[in-house]
Design a protein around this ligand. Structure first.
Ligand code: SF4
Ligand code: SF4
Length: 256
């Protein structure tokens, strides 16, 4: 369905920085509960896209984390709106159904660990938008790890884009390992999600709402409602990564 792909790409072209398509047969390794087929009836294709946060945030003398917080929560809503409209657009194009993948929440919890309904990072790799680096983030050739992602699962059968298999990390690089305050990134490339999240994601309500067994029993409800606009306490791995530093470089060849 090349014409469907072209029509969707045209529709999205002035709204997004990057777009990719992944057939569902690339998701055979996805956990059953988080497979596209459990998200959308008769799922055939996952469409993934991204918008980068601005480079200037990372050189702000005093407000790097304040600005990143606002940018993330703005772009999440923007991506959700695009996904919402894209679903309706796809469903007017033919006998298809489409569902929007949340750009952030609601999350699903497994033993206190948050999971996306469908992992947009894994979907982005399967749609050819980039490859995983040691940080567990996806690195795009032009935008490094500055992209925030959105996506739609649809029953429209659309040809996929080529994947990028090569690791983006130079073999000897260990900048993120060295600078990660809680040690979430190992030199071997092992990334401990919960160590990073415990250090980075904060919210004023968490110490109150999750302080006892009753609160923890309802962690999914707490985080998906009161915790939606979480605070960010760390972005060291974004700032020190040589892939991103190349992108931050201004035209005069100096880092801003
Ligand atoms: S955000 Fe901070 S804690 Fe998380 S991996 Fe990056 S450097 Fe480590
Ligand atoms: S800092 Fe180095 S090892 Fe870490 S993600 Fe960036 S390129 Fe890869």
């Amino acid at each position: 369905m090349k014409n469907v792909k072209e029509a969707i790409s045209r529709y999205l072209s002035d709204k997004l920085s990057v777009i990719g398509f992944a057939p569902v047969d690339r998701f055979d390794d996805a956990p059953e509960k988080h497979h596209p087929k459990n998200v959308c009836h008769n799922a055939k294709t996952v469409i993934v896209y991204g918008i980068p946060v601005s480079k200037g945030i990372f050189s702000s003398p005093d407000y790097n984390l304040h600005l990143l917080h606002r940018s993330y929560h703005t772009v999440y809503r923007l991506l959700d709106e695009i996904s919402f409209n894209l679903c309706n657009h796809i469903e007017t194009m033919g006998p298809y159904v489409a569902v929007a993948i949340p750009s952030y929440s609601p999350l699903v919890f497994h033993s206190m660990e948050p999971w996306g309904i469908l992992s947009l990072k894994h979907a982005a790799v399967k749609a050819g938008l980039g490859a995983f680096g040691k940080t567990g983030l996806v690195y795009h050739p032009e935008f490094g790890s500055l992209l925030r992602l959105g996506g739609v699962v649809t029953s429209a059968d659309i040809p996929g884009d080529a994947m990028r298999d090569k690791s983006p990390c130079p073999p000897k690089c260990k900048e993120c390992t060295t600078h990660c305050p809680p040690g979430a990134i190992k030199e071997t490339g092992a990334f401990t999600k919960m160590t990073c999240l415990g250090h980075t994601i904060k919210h004023a309500i968490y110490p109150l709402a999750l302080k006892d067994e009753h609160g923890l029993k309802h962690i999914e409800r707490v985080i998906n409602t009161a915790g939606n606009d979480y605070w960010l306490a760390c972005d060291e791995c974004l700032k020190v990564c040589p892939i991103n530093l190349k992108i931050f470089k201004n035209k005069s060849g100096e880092n801003p």
